[in-house]
Design a protein around this ligand. Structure first.
Ligand SMILES: [Ca+2]
Length: 413
């Protein structure tokens, strides 16, 4: 190794390990719990003055629930090259999660009581993380640039040993928008696919003749795709319509310094994946009495717009367009954001000495000043906090990240 002049340092890493996760498991998960219930109390002795307080079940226990386990294999290296000016950190990993914990989803015919968490299945995450840091030698002009790139693929391997078993998530007024099923990424979006509009009476009649369906083919409304090709358009034509998982995420942290000036900029880029913009349910359709979007006014179907329209024609009698989950609600989650930019100036040493200070620096900083995105969300970087692993990507009623300007000074005494 001594004669490799461009390589300053190289460390190879490899690891394997298993960690357990309780994933919000309730302390009472293993117990059947009964509680006293006044409405169910009864004067069992026949004496109406002395009611016997009744007990009713409030939770079903599952004593067999185990920890969720994640086994990770990791291979990577850390290298420093080119006269210590470039650091490279690389990691490749495969994480297999077994005994996946999720709250049991009881049939609607079951009693309305709290269900236990159970071990429902298995999933894998495969990914790559790469970090590059390039920096200059000390001098009048100095720079440092750090690039971080990460990508992963998630796949559900098994749910309850049944290829058709699903976990529903992402509850909306139109039903569950998110579904977890073997063979797909966890928390995939699930619904109908729209296939343009009925642009003429002839198109609507041809559709009605070809398909047996619950929807009313009418000029200006959406056509729904017959996914399974059985010439019926019904609930069986709902399908996986998107994924909340990004293709990759990358960030760049750039620092420059010239004489007494310093500059720092942090950029973040999320590429790929979709969000389910549930806000559209309220502002794009005739649902609640509230503010409406400009889309509804300008992009609802008209004969002139035809398939360039985004929404069905404005129609008080249209009850299906807003009551079914379709790919209309999905938006590209890609965005590039300048999260931080800062410019600073440090007083020359002689000047700060004169006012009795070790160091005196003033700076101006902007947070979230620029965001580039095709999505209509006020904040494409918003992540639903309470969604959970099987309800990812449904966005509704949120406060966007604010833009901030900060003026500051830092003083060393
Ligand atoms: Ca069908």
């Amino acid at each position: 190794m001594a004669d490799i002049s461009w390589l300053d340092d190289l460390k190879l890493r490899g690891s394997w390990g298993v960690i357990g996760n309780q994933n919000g498991l309730d302390n009472n998960n293993q117990y059947d719990v009964y509680v006293t219930s006044d409405p169910n109390s009864y004067g069992i002795s026949g004496d109406n003055g002395n009611r016997v307080i009744a007990m009713v079940p409030s939770r079903i226990g599952n004593p067999n629930t185990r920890w969720e386990k994640s086994a990770t294999v990791n291979l990577g290296f850390d290298a420093t090259v080119l006269n210590s000016s470039l650091d490279i950190n690389f990691d490749w990993y495969v994480r297999r999660t077994t005994d996946l914990l999720a709250v049991n989803q009881a049939p609607f015919t079951g009693p309305s009581i709290t269900q236990p968490s159970i071990n429902v299945g298995e999933l894998t995450n495969r990914g790559v993380d790469l970090g590059l840091t390039k920096r200059s030698k000390p001098g009048v002009f100095q720079y440092s640039a750090s690039l971080i790139f990460s990508t992963y693929r998630n796949e559900v391997v098994r749910i309850l040993d049944n290829p058709l078993a699903t976990l529903a998530g992402g509850s909306t007024r139109m039903g569950n928008a998110v579904l977890t099923q073997a063979g797909y990424p966890i928390s995939s979006f699930y619904g109908y696919q729209i296939d343009g509009f009925f642009n003429s009476a002839a198109e609507a009649e041809a559709y009605a003749a070809e398909y047996s369906t619950w929807l009313t083919p009418e000029v200006g409304r959406w056509r729904i795709k017959d996914i399974n090709g059985d010439k019926r358009v019904d609930g069986n034509d709902r399908t996986i319509i998107g994924s909340p998982h990004p293709d990759f995420q990358t960030s760049l942290n750039l620092s420059l310094a010239y004489k007494n000036f310093d500059f720092n900029c942090f950029l973040f880029w999320n590429q790929g994946g979709s969000v389910f913009n549930y806000t559209r349910y309220v502002i794009d359709f005739h649902t609640f009495t509230t503010n409406r979007s400009k889309r509804m006014l300008y992009e609802s179907w008209t004969p002139e717009l035809g398939n360039r329209a985004k929404l069905p024609k404005l129609d008080l009698n249209d009850s299906y367009s807003s009551s079914n989950i379709t790919d209309y609600f999905l938006e590209d989650a890609s965005y590039l954001r300048m999260k931080t930019v800062q410019l600073g100036y440090t007083l020359p040493k002689a000047w700060s000495d004169r006012i009795g200070l070790e160091r005196f620096r003033i700076y101006v900083q902007g947070q979230n000043l620029l965001t580039f995105s095709r999505s209509t969300l006020m904040d494409p970087g918003y992540v639903q906090a309470s969604g959970g692993d099987t309800s990812m990507g449904v966005v509704n009623n949120y406060v966007p990240t604010p833009k901030q300007f900060i003026f500051g000074l830092s003083v060393n005494l």
